[in-house]
Design a protein around this ligand. Structure first.
Ligand code: ADP
Length: 247
């Protein structure tokens, strides 16, 4: 019965238990979908499609996509659980935000090209350092830029800007990732950082994703005492702004 004493606040403990249970239920459901599809195609390949090379090729292609989807889900879930297992950041480390964003932009070149987009940089002069974990901040900008490339308008551009800000609560760095895609309906904006939340639009459903990207972003920013703000207009595009305190 000792564990009861460890929780000062029973309702908080219950809330966390419920969140865990929800997460497991959602995660299981998300993994079952590709698995069911793969199982179905195996059946078909053994039966009706056994002697049809064209159908076989098509089904194998779908199965490959579904295994990719499972792999992305597992990677994102591992990222989240790793973040939860080390609740505090290592103190002392400083990160050059410009350099991190620069390397994310470079690594996303092929994805941008695939979607017929150009990534433009608008970086203010001078050093832009914040305390934090480089790998985690890399993941923040990677997820935001990946979304901008995925959901952005074909043949358009994505603009990433970095500037210092003196706004409250204390001086810091602001990074904005702007796209000119379909935008996000207002009622969905507060929910897009929830785990597994994906907007049920044709664009969102046709893009590869797990619904965990922005949940990971939010988690990492909270650890950095940072903030994420989202501005979006339907048909015009979205701007995701990350604020990180400089000290
Ligand atoms: P996903 O893996 O689905 O991209 P995210 O957590 O990164 O998951 O995003 C959640 C949902 O928010 C997406 O499925 C999409 O519907 C919406 N979304 C995210 N970024 C954008 C964007 N730049 N433009 C339009 N919709 C977006």
């Amino acid at each position: 019965r000792l564990h009861v004493l460890l929780f000062k606040d029973q309702s908080e403990a219950r809330r966390i238990d419920r969140m865990r249970a929800d997460f497991i239920a959602n995660a299981s459901h998300e993994m079952r979908t590709p698995l069911a599809s793969i199982a179905g195609f195996i059946e078909t390949l053994r039966g009706p499609a056994r002697n049809d090379p064209a159908a076989r090729e098509q089904f194998l292609h779908i199965m490959q996509n579904q295994t990719g989807r499972m792999a992305r889900l597992i990677d994102d879930m591992l990222s989240l659980s790793r973040l939860e297992m080390k609740p505090y950041l290592k103190p002392g480390a400083r990160v050059d935000v410009k350099q991190v964003v620069e390397s994310v932009v470079d690594s996303l070149g092929p994805l941008a090209k695939e979607n017929n987009l150009v990534i433009e940089r608008d970086f203010a002069d001078g050093p832009m350092e914040v305390p934090g974990d480089r790998d985690e901040l890399y993941q923040v900008f990677e997820n935001l830029l990946e979304n901008a490339c995925k959901y952005g308008q074909d043949g358009d551009r994505v603009v990433v800007s970095i500037a210092r800000t003196d706004k409250a609560p204390q001086p810091g760095i602001e990074v904005t990732v702007r796209d000119f895609g379909p935008g996000i309906p207002e009622e969905h904006i507060p929910r897009v950082t929830e785990r597994f939340y994906r907007i049920d639009s044709e664009t969102a459903q046709s893009r590869k994703g797990t619904g965990l990207g922005l949940a990971i972003v939010k988690h990492i920013l909270t650890r950095h005492h940072g903030r994420l703000s989202i501005q979006s207009e339907l048909g015009k595009g979205s701007a995701f702004t990350v604020y990180l305190p400089a000290n």
